[in-house]
Write a protein that binds this ligand. Sequence first.
Ligand code: NAD
Length: 321
Amino acid sequence: MIIVPEREIASLVTPADCFSAVENVFAAMARRSASNFPVVREALGHADAIYGFKSGFDRESLALGLKSGGFWPGNASRGLTNHQSTIFLFDADTGQCRAMVGGNLLTALRTAAAAAISTKYLARQDAEVLGMIGAGHQSAFQLRAALGQRPFKRIVGWNRRPEMLSRLADVATEHGLPFEAVDLDRLGAEADVIITITSSFAPILKASQVKPGTHLACMGTDTKGKQEVEAELVAAATVFTDEVAQCVSIGESQHAVAQELVRPTSIVEIGRVVAGLHPGRTSGEEVTLFDGTGVGLQDLAVASAVVNLAVAKCVAVQIEI
Ligand code: NAD
């Protein structure tokens, strides 16, 4: 069995590697050769922790396994990351455990890749202004990945606590782009692409604030009850997702579906666009919305890429179990 420790991941894999791995597995899902298994997510009743696992199998790449982990709110006070995860890969021919891979950085990279893939396929080609809602840990990854998809000229951002926006300003400076903190009216009026990445349980962005032709990637809502945008905005958009079953239960679409503003059958898996089975955006006026909930197959895809790189670069730790 191969072990790739968390500390090795950053030097092994690039955001571009993760983008390709996730793009390929989204297409495999659309071809129905890859599927996610039911998600387990439970409050432990200990340490205020939420624990669970996401698993699946891709018959094209033979990636089989699970990501196990969750959220331990007391970790920060111990100098640890609150979100903790580990990815296990199994040999699809024998069921033997093939690898154990640190999953913290990979979760950030695969989530950023998903929104960037949606931007590649769904944003208008002439998009110039990128809007960010949310300035937590994940926001910097989302911003960096999105900047590679269109020649954005400037970035506007909003966060409930404005002092956190310096994180986004720093990334903008890295890329030589201007950054401005704005209110939500200006953000919606100016941004051609909007990424939401917060832990909100109430709508932040209203339908009336978004202009025609905008592409939104709603990435923060990954649990029942969370919400980042008004249900009316989801209803007004052409909705794409990583997986329909997951987005209608724990994604941004859960509210619009519950209010019968959106039918689950009208939601398109982004893999269909990647695989050339759906045209994606059909006009410059259309609002497109990607509801990215985060599926286990994304984790398996990026972990498989890491294992291959670790073996090639001789940094994989091999043990007998
Ligand atoms: P974080 O704790 O570092 O940052 C949280 C962000 O949400 C901050 O910008 C904070 O100001 C904002 N926020 C919190 N409560 C809010 C509220 N009530 N209203 C408005 N804004 C609020 O978290 P992070 O690591 O940046 O992750 C952000 C969210 O993304 C989390 O909720 C996480 O569960 C989710 N996430 C989703 C995926 C996916 O695949 N879809 C993957 C990773 C993380």
